[in-house]
Ligand binder design. Sequence first.
Ligand SMILES: [Zn+2]
Length: 120
Amino acid sequence: MQPEDFDRDWEAASKELLIGMKAWRKEHKHATLSEIEAELDRRMRALRGDMLEDLAQASELADLRAVAEEARPVCPQCGARLGPRGQETRTLRTDGEHEITLERSYVVCPHCQTGFFPPR
Ligand SMILES: [Zn+2]
């Protein structure tokens, strides 16, 4: 994926949140402030998680096969240039307790064999 390409249409997702929240409020005329707050937080956390997933996935390093060798990251242990060792999918839990899925090149150091999943 290129950094400018995002899977979801955030504008549509934001509108959906606003319209959905208004509809929810009409259906819950007697909701308390804390019930309204909980519903709003739940919906905003879901949108936040989707945005975070898209933003994190839009990394030039997500697929190292497409990155020139001299632009690839170096091993934090020994400084050798890292190479891709296949694509991996990881599911992570965000601060808002929302699951996000990232696909990244799994990288292995050719010198010291340290392997990891780049956080960028
Ligand atoms: Zn190394």
